[in-house]
Each structure stands twice: as structure tokens, then as C-alpha cells.
Ligand binder design. Structure first.
Ligand code: 26Y
Length: 823
């Protein structure tokens, strides 16, 4: 076949224009003279998609002709962001697209990019990581499918009303989304509920089978994922739940019309909405249904792909490596066993061998409230057969434990998949750890803590199973696309190779003492900051000065991330200015952004708190030219692309031991922001790489926090030692930032002065000291620019190409596929 038809899908401006014209007319039913910007966005996207389809089909064909191992990345979240510009970049046709648009009277590509709606199919770090990893997989030419859920409503849109967060349903599909292809002929059935029964098969052996009470159909929706300047095109395969017709008709025939309709409604809601919770596991029945739904569809799809190519099911581990993105898809361990044993009539040992050689598990959190546990009654009512299989997996595992630790009942209770303390529950992290051939954390420190604190007995039992893969982010989206000004500068001075080989940024170090270059570096940053300043003005009404230090904290709002620590520091600066003690203080614009889980009261109050301080500070003429506070509503991928490049200071201030890795921290550093941060997550590695002298460190270490906990932490003792902090707390209490309302922030104050679970008070003094060091450094702009340059030069390690390279080599054992698209 020919996958490079220059007539139909060429890469020159004329071909792109022709493609747009055709799609405008035939696909969209519009005439060029009356086409809206949205019409043109759709037409260009369809034209681009055609070019991806060529490469996608070429990839599929290469895999059929030369079967090889492929990665199945299972994730309940994929936060992929806008697609058009990324695909243009990876195809290498941004300029061609812009030229084509000019023929429709559009001056800049940006005007069309602005129209794109992003699918918010994730909460934050974990979902965005999955998206970066898919892009790197394709760029490294590794065949891969990202399996997930096509939520009809993604993460809510955030409005700010009277300083409070208001959640609005995310109707991302309303204008039509051109990047997906439904493949209804590859639909899968999934069962739920019902019961199991035993029977004797034709060979006379006892077997168990599942008789589900209801079913759903999963319809795959494929999203092509093109690598950077390669012909490999991988895919996301997102499942949408539909009702089963056969079951409907059955119920209809026996007269249960309402029952039939109910099942339809029930199964349609399965893929309706993303749970907007990152961090607290609420153990909701619908969420377990979603997890089983997409995992079952995905595993059936993998098995079918072997069947279709005439490959034996025993070879599953030779052709698929299944990565679990946290425990959300951990039911895969039991479901693959069920498919092999019940459907394919395999014996236990063979099935277990296949499962445990295929599956690996990435842990993303140590927070106990985020560890998934399913109530046993709920689990057995929804997945009775899976529970039987889990009991058997557990029985065999505990047997192994008894041999290794004879007479040690405590360790059995501790490691069992079933939690028997209190009301019984299934521990998904234990199921994943037992079923996986590798378990990894997402930063060096985090992976150590997984071994020492989270799963120490498992790590002792299977030391070779546990490993680390420090997270990374894609340099295409987070530098080349988001920061075209910096990219141009880099391309001119060190060539374009850094985009696929980020370590080459090291070449920049040669320029660290070049005054002219450093000035150029600073001016580039300034020009990007002007764009953000204009965005801030348009979206919040606040006028900010681009020459001030842009001090930024964007991430989900969470107590452990300590946005309130940042705010308290801002209040101290405010007080110093008020009291005429602000000599040497850098003029700052402090920028916040992030969503709070709708049911997380304290996080929502923190948003209100930020906005309260912003209102008071920004209205005070004494603050003019010295301090501004901004809360950017509706932080998402698209906004992130504007924020990271325009930042001078990156706030990474979580309590040590709480942030598994962080990935925003990497995006900031690559774009030349300096970090003020604790020794937490990947901050530790960022600091090692950029050099301690180019990083503003503060705060207690994991050990020091543990010592404080052990000795009975008392925040009062810290508060008493800091008159400035007392003054700040007093002002808040008086209602100074809440129009005189002294009750509004009381829960926050009580929390901080009472038990202060995240050690805000304990770290406050050192944080202030580090912020003073930031102010001092800002006064010597050449020095600041050098530190900024060194941050970019030395953070190539955090490219997701490096992370994916490590997964391929150490965990997946997969290699690249060559795809030829010449005719
Ligand atoms: C159980 C359910 C409520 C749940 C849903 C989503 C639990 C957790 C999450 C999301 C977790 C998450 O985003 N974790 C982040 O993963 C990033 C990628 O590894 C890390 O950089 C970051 O530190 C971690 O918080």
C-alpha cells in the first residue's frame, strides 16, 4: 500500500489548503466565504488528521507484517490537552498550515488554535504524565496503545464567583471533536454483578463461571498519537459505554420493559463523567464499574489482536506489556486471569505465569487517603468472580509467605490482599504488587519511600521487583510548542537537535558568561511575560507589570501542596511594605492557579483565601509597583502552556515526603524558572542537576518531619518564635482580608494553629528566609539570567523520552518499530 499519497495528504501548504477546502465543503457542509473560525479549525484539524491516518495505517500494517511487542498503557486518565498545534509540530507543518490559513483570510495560526477545546480527561499530574508518555512512546517509535475511558464530561470548568470556586460541567464534545475515530465494529462486552456457579466441563473438571446480572458495551474511540518527525503513529483507545441491545431485547421480551430501559440508562452513565478527585479515594461503586469496564474492554482487545494475527494466547507476554498507571486499572490482574481461565480454559499456573509476566505497576502516591480500597461487599456484588480469583491469588501468596516467615501471622495480616481490620476491603495496591513483575515509584526519593514506608515487607520479599523511573515531560509540548520564543533562541544557538535529544541543552552552558547572550535570554523571558500579563488583564482585570518577578504556583489545590504557606508569606511581604520595611524586596507578581476537588472543603477555602488576599493587596495603592496577587481561573493544559514559559520563580513547596514527584516543577525549570522548593519528589533531582547554587532550598527533610511527628509536633511553639507570623495570623483573624468577616477563614486558622497536619508553621521561617534570598538574587539580573540559563541547560534529564527509554529497557523490554511510508 501507499501511505504517503502526495495528492491526498501532502505536507506542503497547497496540499494542506486543498485538504481544508475539501473538508470544509464535504465534511462540514460549509462554504469558504462564510466559514467561522471554528469551521476553519475543524477543517484544518480534519486535514491534519488525514495525514495522521496515513501514518497510523502504515504503523498498523507494519505491526501486522512484523508482529512485535507493544505497550498497553492502562490509565483511567489521559490529560492530552489541545491536539492541533502538537500534531502540526510533529508533522513539521506549522508554517504550511499558517500559509494555508492565510488563503482563508486568517493572519495567524494562533487565532485558530485559540478556538480549540481541550478534553479534560484527567485530574492533574497522573493524567498529564500518561499523555506525555504516549507522545514520547510514539517519538521513540515504540508501538503502543493508551487504553482509557472516553468520559463525556471531563474535569469540571472552574469559575471564580465572589472569590469561591464554582464548578461547571465540562461539555468538551459540544462543538464536535475532530481527533477521534469511533470503531464500533471492535466493540467489547463487559459484565457486572450477578453470581458465579460451578460446573463440570467436557473433560470432567470442576470449573467456575460467572453469570453477570447486567452488561455494557464498550465502543472504542481511537485518537492518533503521532511522534515527533517520525512515521510511527500510536493511538489512544478510549472506551465509551453503551447499553447492550441483546440484553435489552431479552428483558423486553419477558415483559420487563422498565428493567430494560434502566439497564440502558445505567450502562450509559458508565463513561459519563470523570471523578474530579485526586487524592481521596471515596470508594464509589460507579468508579469501580468504570475501572472494570475499561480494563476488561482493553484486555479483551489485546487478546483479540493476538487471535487476529494468528498468534497463540500463550504468547501474550511476548506481544503485550501492560502498564498499570497507579492502582486504578489494578483489576486487570484478576480480569486477565478470568479471561485466560474461564474463557480460554487455561490452567491456573499457566494463566498466572502469563499474567505476572505481562503486568507492571507504577505507584504515584504515598498518601493513605489516596490508596484504593474497595469494601468487600461492594466488590463481591459487582465482581463476584473476580473476588473468587483474588481469594485464590491471595491464598497462594499467603502460602508462600508462610514458608518464608513460618509462624509470623502478623505479616500475613499485613500483606494480605484482603484488609481484615475493621470492615473488610480489597487492597488494590497489594493486588497490583503481587501480580506485577515490576513496581516503580516516580522519583528517586519516592521510590525509596515506597520501599521503606509503603510496602517494606513486599520490598524485602521481592527486592528485584522494586525500581524507580523518575518522571519526565515532553519537550515538544512543554518547550517547543509552549515557548516558541525560547525555542527560536535555542535553535539559533545550539541547533534544533535538543527537541529530540534534550541532553543537548547542555551546550548552552558555554554561554553562561556571555553578557550579550544573557541579556538576550532575559529579554526573551520578558517578551513571554508580556503575553501572560495581557492574558491576566483580559481574564482577571488585574494589571500586572511584566518587569516584576513572576512568582508562580500552579497545580491542584491541596493542603499537602501548601498554597496556604505561599499566601502567608505574601501577607508577610504585604506587612513589610506597609511598615516601611521592604528595602531590597523584589517587586513581585504572585500568581496562583488550580482546581480543588468539589468535596474538599479546606482546599476550596484556600482558593477563597488566595482571592481574599488578592483583593486587599491589589486595591491598596501602597502595593503599586511592589506586589500583585492573581488567581488564574480554570487552570488546565492550555493555560499551563502560557504560564510555565512566563515564570521566573517556581513554587514547589510541598511537605517533604508528600509529593511523589511533581511534573510541573520540571516544566518550569526547562523554561528557565528558578525553583524555590523543599526536598520532596523530583525537586531533589532537579536540585542535584541544576546545582544547589541555582536552586532556593528550604524546609524540613522527610527525616526531620518524622522526628517532629514522633516528638509530638506543636505548631504553637513555632508561631511563638515568629512575631511576623503572629501579626499575619492576627490580621487574618480580624477579617482584614475578608471585609471584616472574622469567621470566614477561621477553619483554616484553627487548622494551622491547632494540629497543622502539613507542617506549615514548622517550615514558615525557613521559607521566608529562602524568599529573601530570591529577592536578593533578583537584584543582580545578569546573575539571575545565568541561573535561569543553567536551569534550562541542565534539565534535559526530565524529558519524558528519557523516562520512556528507561521503562522500555528496564521494565517493558520493547524496542522501536520501523515504518516506511514511501510508496
Ligand atoms: C483514588 C482516586 C481518588 C485518585 C484519582 C486520581 C487518586 C489519585 C489520583 C491522581 C493522582 C496524581 O495525579 N498523582 C500525581 O502523579 C504525578 C505523576 O506521577 C506525580 O508527579 C505527583 O506527585 C502525584 O501527586
Amino acid at each position: 500500500g501507499c501511505y504517503n499519497d502526495p495528492e491526498r495528504a501532502g505536507l506542503d501548504a497547497k496540499s494542506v489548503f486543498d485538504g481544508m477546502t475539501e473538508h470544509l465543503f464535504f465534511t462540514l457542509g460549509k462554504l469558504a466565504p462564510t466559514a467561522s473560525r471554528h469551521d476553519l479549525y475543524m477543517a484544518l484539524s480534519y486535514a491534519v488528521r488525514d495525514r495522521l491516518m496515513m501514518r497510523y495505517l502504515a504503523t498498523t500494517e507494519a505491526m501486522r507484517a512484523h508482529p512485535q511487542k507493544s505497550v498497553a498503557y492502562l490509565s483511567a486518565e489521559f490529560l492530552i490537552g489541545p491536539q492541533l498545534n502538537n500534531n502540526l509540530l510533529n508533522l513539521g507543518i506549522q508554517q504550511e498550515a499558517e500559509a494555508a490559513l492565510r488563503n482563508f483570510g486568517i493572519e495567524s495560526l494562533q487565532q485558530i488554535l485559540d478556538v480549540e477545546e481541550e478534553p479534560g480527561l484527567g485530574n492533574g499530574g497522573l493524567g498529564r504524565l500518561a499523555a506525555c508518555y504516549m507522545e514520547s512512546l510514539a517519538s521513540l517509535k515504540i508501538p503502543a496503545t493508551g487504553y482509557g475511558i472516553r468520559y463525556e464530561f471531563g474535569i469540571f470548568d472552574q469559575l471564580i464567583r465572589d472569590g469561591w470556586q464554582v464548578e461547571i460541567t465540562d461539555k468538551w464534545l459540544k462543538g464536535g471533536w475532530p481527533w477521534e475515530l469511533p470503531q464500533p465494529d471492535e466493540a467489547c462486552f463487559v459484565g457486572f454483578g450477578g453470581r458465579t456457579e460451578s460446573y463440570i466441563d467436557d473433560k470432567g473438571s470442576y470449573r467456575s463461571r460467572w453469570i453477570p446480572a447486567e452488561h455494557a458495551i464498550g465502543i472504542p474511540h481511537d485518537v492518533p498519537v503521532l511522534g515527533y518527525r517520525v512515521n510511527i503513529c500510536d493511538r489512544l483507545r478510549l472506551w465509551r459505554a453503551d447499553a447492550t441491545e441483546s440484553f435489552d431485547f431479552y428483558a423486553f421480551n419477558i415483559g420487563d420493559y422498565y428493567g430494560a430501559v434502566e439497564e440502558k440508562v445505567g450502562s450509559e452513565t458508565l463513561s459519563k463523567v470523570l471523578y474530579p478527585n485526586d487524592g481521596t479515594d471515596e470508594g464509589r461503586r460507579l468508579r469501580l464499574k468504570q475501572q472494570h469496564f475499561f480494563v476488561s474492554c482493553s484486555l479483551q482487545d489485546m487478546l483479540r489482536s493476538l487471535d487476529n494475527r494468528g498468534l497463540p494466547v500463550e504468547d501474550f507476554p511476548k506481544y503485550w506489556t501492560v502498564q498499570l498507571n497507579d492502582t486504578h486499572p489494578a483489576i486487570a490482574v484478576a480480569e486477565l486471569m478470568r479471561l485466560l481461565i474461564d474463557d480460554r480454559h487455561m490452567d491456573w499456573d499457566k494463566a498466572w505465569d502469563i499474567t505476572s509476566r505481562s503486568v507492571a505497576y507504577t505507584n504515584h502516591t504515598l498518601l493513605p487517603e489516596a490508596l484504593e480500597k474497595w469494601d468487600l461487599n461492594l466488590f463481591s456484588s459487582l465482581l463476584p468472580r473476580h473476588l473468587e480469583l483474588i481469594y485464590e491469588i491471595n491464598r497462594r501468596f499467603l502460602q508462600q509467605l508462610r514458608l518464608r516467615y513460618p509462624g509470623n501471622d502478623a505479616i500475613q495480616r499485613k500483606l494480605s490482599i484482603i484488609d481484615e481490620d475493621g470492615s473488610k476491603a480489597v487492597r488494590m495496591a497489594h493486588l497490583a504488587t503481587i501480580g506485577a513483575h515490576h513496581v516503580n515509584g516516580v522519583a528517586a526519593l519516592h521510590s525509596d519511600l515506597v520501599k521503606t514506608d509503603l510496602l517494606p515487607e513486599f520490598a524485602e520479599l521481592w527486592p528485584e521487583k522494586f525500581t524507580n523511573v523518575t518522571n519526565g515531560v515532553t519537550p515538544r509540548r512543554w518547550v517547543a510548542l509552549a515557548n516558541p520564543e525560547l525555542s527560536t533562541l535555542l535553535n539559533e544557538h545550539i541547533g534544533e537537535d535538543w527537541i529530540s535529544n534534550m541532553e543537548n541543552l547542555r551546550k548552552l552552558e558555554e554561554r553562561q558568561n556571555d553578557q550579550g547572550f544573557l541579556e538576550h535570554w532575559g529579554n526573551t523571558k520578558l517578551s513571554v511575560k508580556r503575553k501572560l500579563a495581557s492574558y491576566i488583564h483580559r481574564n482577571t482585570g488585574v494589571l500586572v507589570d511584566p518587569s516584576t518577578l513572576f512568582d508562580v504556583q500552579v497545580k491542584r489545590i491541596h493542603e499537602y501542596k501548601r498554597q496556604h504557606l505561599n499566601v502567608l508569606q505574601v501577607i508577610t511581604q504585604y506587612l513589610r511594605i506597609k511598615n516601611g520595611q521592604a528595602d531590597g524586596m523584589a517587586p513581585r507578581t504572585v500568581i496562583f492557579g488550580g482546581k480543588a476537588a468539589p468535596g474538599y472543603y479546606m482546599a476550596k477555602l484556600i482558593i477563597r483565601f488566595i482571592n481574599g488576599i488578592a483583593e486587599t493587596v491589589n486595591a491598596d495603592p501602597d502595593m503599586d509597583g511592589r506586589l500583585r496577587v492573581v488567581f488564574l481561573p480554570d487552570y488546565n493544559v492550555k493555560l499551563g502552556e502560557q504560564v510555565y514559559p512566563a515564570s521566573d520563580l517556581s513554587e514547589q513547596i510541598s511537605t517533604a515526603g508528600k509529593e511523589a514527584s511533581g511534573t510541573g516543577n520540571m516544566k518550569f525549570a526547562m523554561n528557565g524558572a528558578l525553583t524555590i522548593g523543599t526536598l520532596d519528589g523530583a525537586n531533589v533531582e532537579i536540585r542535584e542537576l541544576v546545582g544547589a547554587e541555582n536552586f532556593f532550598l528550604f524546609g524540613k527533610t522527610v527525616e526531620e518531619i518524622n522526628d517532629l511527628k514522633r516528638s509530638g509536633y506543636n505548631p504553637g511553639a513555632f508561631i511563638n518564635a515568629m512575631p511576623e507570623l503572629q501579626e499575619a495570623l492576627r490580621l487574618i483573624e480580624m477579617g482584614h482580608f475578608s471585609n471584616g468577616d472574622s469567621e470566614l477563614f477561621r477553619p483554616l486558622l484553627d487548622n494551622l494553629t491547632g494540629h497543622d497536619p502539613f507542617f506549615v508553621m514548622a517550615d514558615f521561617a525557613d521559607y521566608l528566609r529562602a524568599q529573601e534570598a530570591v529577592s536578593l538574587a533578583w537584584t543582580d539580573r545578569m546573575h539571575w539570567n545565568r541561573m535561569s540559563l543553567l536551569n534550562t541547560a541542565r534539565t534535559g534529564f526530565f524529558s519524558s523520552d528519557r523516562s520512556i527509554g528507561e521503562y522500555c529497557e528496564n521494565i517493558w523490554n520493547v524496542g522501536p518499530l520501523n515504518v516506511d511510508i514511501t510508496c
